[in-house]
Design a protein around this ligand. Structure first.
Ligand code: ZN
Length: 283
């Protein structure tokens, strides 16, 4: 089966705050390889080949407070992905509190080859519906993303990075986004795991353009977390969150996913078709 991993963290490691980088390094025997991949697209593409992955979403976001990433991550990931735009799907971000002109920055990201925006509420320290409480630039970001046809991935579920504020990470806070921006494609990363799966399931069924990815969920837990996965197979994207904390390897995740009690049709939608539809290949 063809595979798109929509959620991989190939990041500029030199921009991490020391505490955050510690968490990535902890207990990883493959850290040297991760360093190499973050510097050399060719080495990473070879890794994808070895894992049987056709295309990958490279998730990056501006988080000066918690992770250390400045808007430079956008230019970094755009440059990195330009090595193979037909296989690498660049995700960038605009921070509504730090951008001087949030709308112009979204337009700029679309121009430099960013294919999707990432919002990380618990690392960026605002809720996805904070535009209803006065965070005006956030509304502008959603509007311009919608106008540029950029899907927005919103992190949902807990994070253990030092300084992360998990009150912002509840999926239900994205319900307003579905109401106010019905044409915007929203992907709820991690399906609210491990605390709020019911909320994510509800939202994905409620809003026609709301999806979720299953990254960061150990595959053997997937049907325990989402017993009705088959019903939402049109709206679910495969991802690993590798090399995030608690995600040992990529190929193992694919094999364990393939072994689940799901129809082959559902597996192929989740592993490939849905992401291919949302992110048509570019050359
Ligand atoms: Zn992630």
């Amino acid at each position: 089966m063809r595979v798109i991993d929509i959620h991989i963290h190939i990041q500029p490691l030199h921009m991490f705050k020391p505490h955050a980088l510690e968490l990535i390094k902890r207990g990883r025997r493959d850290y040297a390889a991760i360093e190499k991949y973050s510097q050399e697209p060719a080495a990473f593409l070879k890794f994808l080949d070895d894992c049987g992955i056709e295309r990958a979403g490279l998730i990056n976001y501006v988080s000066p407070d918690v992770i250390g990433f400045t808007p430079e991550v956008n230019d970094w990931v755009a440059r990195y992905s330009s090595a193979a735009p037909e296989r690498l799907i660049a995700f960038g971000s605009v921070h509504p509190r730090y951008a001087t002109d949030a709308g112009a920055e979204v337009d700029r990201l679309a121009r430099i080859g960013i294919r999707g925006l990432k919002l990380h509420p618990s690392h960026q320290l605002f809720s996805p519906n904070a535009y209803r409480d006065g965070l005006g630039p956030l509304a502008v970001i959603y509007e311009r993303a919608q106008a540029n046809g950029l899907p927005v991935m919103i992190h949902t579920g807990t994070s253990i990075f030092p300084g992360a504020r998990n009150a912002h990470a509840q999926p239900i806070l994205a319900d307003d986004v579905g109401v106010d921006y019905p044409d915007l494609v929203v992907i709820l990363a991690h399906g609210g795991r491990p605390l709020w799966m019911n909320e994510a399931f509800f939202l994905v069924r409620r809003h026609p353009n709301m999806y979720m990815d299953i990254s960061g969920i150990p595959p053997h837990k997937l049907l325990e977390y989402f017993p009705r996965m088959e019903e939402i197979a049109e709206k679910v994207l495969f991802g690993t969150d590798w090399p995030g904390p608690g995600v040992p390897d990529v190929r193992g995740n694919i094999d364990k996913f393939l072994a689940l009690q799901l129809s082959d049709a559902a597996k192929s939608k989740i592993l490939y078709d849905n992401a291919a539809r949302l992110f048509p290949p570019r050359r």
